[in-house]
Structure formats: structure tokens, C-alpha cells
Design a protein around this ligand. Structure first.
Ligand code: THU
Length: 139
């Protein structure tokens, strides 16, 4: 297992503080590294019409995509509950975000999820999170 991408995790951790999450009070920050080295980070943004809320991972990937990125080399996610920020929680990407990541990544792409205070880390690949993925190569 390779060492955790500390710079990417730090970007995700910083982004989590900017979450707009007045309903769930669950802050998530995501950072993605493009193949050219650029890093894009974002947080979850909720909506009074709850179902319209957008996840941190999706927001980060959309920011990367509109900047011209088409391939990601790594993804990092950090989350915490605003009510209990010191309590560890792993904000593993939701199913929709796994599919969004898959559009620009592959089964070997590392996905690192860490609790905000750093005590718990899950280091996996996209293939672990989304086996037998349906991607653009199938169309
Ligand atoms: N959320 C994310 O942004 N990413 C995840 O990986 C899991 C969940 C957000 C969606 C919602 O704003 C809040 O966390 C609670 O589900």
C-alpha cells in the first residue's frame, strides 16, 4: 500500500470547513488530483429542497471537469459532524459519487478517506468501491 497523499488530504480537510450543510450538519471536503498535477477541492452544498444537495466529491470533480481535466490520479475525502467535530467518522463516497469518480478515473485510482482529526484512514481503490463499474468504455 502506498503512503497516503497528505497534500490531497490536507486540501480535502480545508475544503470541508466551507461546506454549506445547515440541514445535515455533516461537513465533507473532497480533493481530486488531475493527471497534470492540478488539485481541485470542494465541499458539499445542501439545499432547502433536500434532494437537490450536492456532495463534495461531485462538486470537486465538476470543478475539475470544467477546468479541462479528463483524467484523475487520486481522490481524497475528509468529513466530520459539525456537532461533534472531534469524533472520528469516515465519509465514504456515496454510490452516485462513486459513479461520478468513475467517469474520470479507473479501478486502480486511489481513493483515500480520512476522519477530520486524522485518527482513521481508509485507503482503497475505486475498483474496491465500485466493482464491475459501468463506464464510458462500455458505450
Ligand atoms: N456527503 C458528501 O458530500 N459526500 C459523501 O461522501 C457522503 C455524503 C454529503 C451529502 C449531504 O450534504 C451530507 O453529506 C449528509 O449526507
Amino acid at each position: 500500500m502506498s503512503a497516503p497523499d497528505e497534500a490531497l488530504l490536507a486540501a480535502a480537510r480545508a475544503a470541508a470547513d466551507a461546506a454549506y450543510a445547515p440541514y445535515s450538519r455533516f461537513h465533507v471536503g473532497a480533493a481530486v488530483r488531475a493527471e497534470d498535477g492540478r488539485v481541485f477541492a470542494a465541499a458539499n452544498v445542501e439545499n432547502a429542497s433536500y434532494g437537490l444537495s450536492l456532495c463534495a466529491e461531485t462538486n470537486a470533480i465538476m470543478a475539475a471537469a470544467v477546468a479541462g481535466v479528463r483524467r484523475l490520479s487520486a481522490v481524497a475525502v475528509v468529513g466530520y459532524r459539525a456537532a461533534t467535530p472531534g469524533e472520528p467518522v469516515l465519509a465514504t463516497p456515496c454510490g452516485r459519487c462513486r459513479q461520478v469518480i468513475n467517469e474520470f478515473a479507473g479501478p486502480d485510482t486511489p481513493v483515500t478517506v480520512q476522519s477530520a482529526e486524522g485518527s482513521e484512514t481508509l485507503a482503497v481503490t475505486l475498483g474496491d468501491l465500485l466493482p464491475h463499474a459501468f463506464g464510458p468504455e462500455r458505450l
